[in-house]
Ligand binder design. Structure first.
Ligand code: NAD
Length: 360
């Protein structure tokens, strides 16, 4: 398996290095091999090549079976114009790889229940939500303009979707739901937006082929409220780009720590992009303080969704659970009575557990 590695900036390289330890353990235990090729993106790419996404990086990613990404950005590059900022690399690589589905699991590890911002009684049934966000359409990619009119300045961002764009993400979400609790909540604003009414039409049409699923609809304002009121009612949330951006952040914060959450972006090509949801955390970069578990879990998603290696993925997920069961914590998830470890040590522990566990 060929894997493109984009370590990025700040804590990106630190957490990806720990993820590589986990992959090393997987390859030893399951007798498979991974071939890595590093590529530049973000601030480090700007420093070296002048642009956030060099063409060579796109080529390396396209020739790989999966892309593992750390995080990009930092104050050093904040004053650059938008198209030259590190984050432009992120949008660029998603577009170049045609990844239209962003999978963001929001899982509350029982060991970290007290880190959630929600009261324990709301979390009695745990929290395990998969937000499936459309990633390449809607207002972020529609026509945008700023003009001066007789009435003053006017600006707009067009939220547009084609039938096909909605259909393909719907199939992705429905297929995922089939492997979970078979329950999908489509989140939209169909009472006011024409594009949302198209979403209802398409998701309804496709649901006829998925009669084993329970598909329901919810307005986005209500969904934002229900996520904090009764998150246990959700399993798969399917939604468009802008709503998904906001709701997936809200859902992930319910779990208490940015350092624990992975994501996957998949599309038409076989090559997906797998990355922790957190940023480059310049405030803790280089201090051995970053939690590498989100990056390690991103490897799990890469194995599961990108490389079709479910047993190997389960070994990674299980090792993360075990390391928490053994009371090891990085600073961001530290609780009284637990054992504090740094980034490197956490990576070593997870790799050791993957190697020593023979049950999965
Ligand atoms: P951030 O996620 O980098 O950090 C927010 C807070 O969470 C910080 O206090 C940080 O120390 C902490 N944190 C984040 N990840 C952690 C981890 N693994 N372990 C422990 N603590 C962790 O968000 P920010 O501060 O808003 O952004 C910093 C930079 O990252 C900016 O340049 C931003 O544009 C960029 N960014 C990149 C991505 C990406 O590459 N996908 C995503 C978000 C932000």
């Amino acid at each position: 398996m060929k894997i493109a590695l984009i370590k990025g900036d700040g804590i990106g390289p630190e957490v990806i290095n720990q993820a590589l330890k986990a992959l090393g353990a997987v390859s030893e235990r399951f007798k498979c091999s991974f071939e890595y090729q590093e590529a530049l993106m973000g601030g480090c790419a700007i420093d070296e090549t002048g642009v956030p996404l060099p063409i060579e990086t796109v080529n390396i990613c396209k020739q790989s079976d999966a892309v593992l990404l750390g995080a990009v950005g930092g104050p050093k590059w904040d004053s650059l114009p938008g198209n030259l900022r590190p984050e432009a690399g992120l949008l660029g690589i998603r577009k170049a790889m045609d990844v239209y589905a962003n999978l963001r699991p929001a899982i509350l590890f029982p060991q970290l229940k007290s880190a959630s911002s929600l009261k324990e009684e709301i979390l009695v049934n745990g929290l395990d939500i998969m937000v499936v966000r459309e990633l390449t359409g809607g207002a972020y990619f529609g026509e945008k303009k700023k003009v001066i009119t007789e009435d003053g300045i006017k600006a707009w961002d067009m939220m547009s979707y084609t039938f096909y764009e909605v259909e393909r993400i719907t199939r992705t979400a429905y297929d995922i739901a089939r492997k979970r609790k078979k329950k999908v909540t489509v989140v939209d604003k169909a009472n006011v937006l024409e594009s949302s009414r198209l979403w209802r039409e398409v998701t309804g049409e496709i649901s006829k082929e998925y009669s084993d699923l329970e598909v329901s609809y919810m307005y986005v304002d209500n969904a934002a409220m229900q996520l904090v009121r009764n998150p246990g009612q959700f399993d798969v949330i399917l939604t468009e780009n802008l709503f998904g951006d906001i709701l997936s952040d809200e859902a992930s914060m319910l779990t208490g720590s940015m350092g624990m959450l992975p994501s996957a972006s998949i599309g038409i090509r076989k090559t997906g992009i797998f990355e922790p949801i957190h940023g480059s955390a310049p405030d803790i970069a280089g201090k051995d303080m970053a939690n590498p578990l989100a990056a390690i879990l991103s490897c799990g998603m890469m194995l599961e969704y990108g490389l079709n290696m479910k047993n190997e993925a389960d070994a990674v997920y299980k090792a993360v659970n075990t390391v928490l069961d053994k009371d090891y914590r990085t600073v961001d998830i530290m609780q009284p009575g637990m054992k504090s470890v740094g980034t490197e040590m956490m990576g070593n522990l997870v790799a050791e557990i993957i190697l020593s566990d023979t049950e999965v």
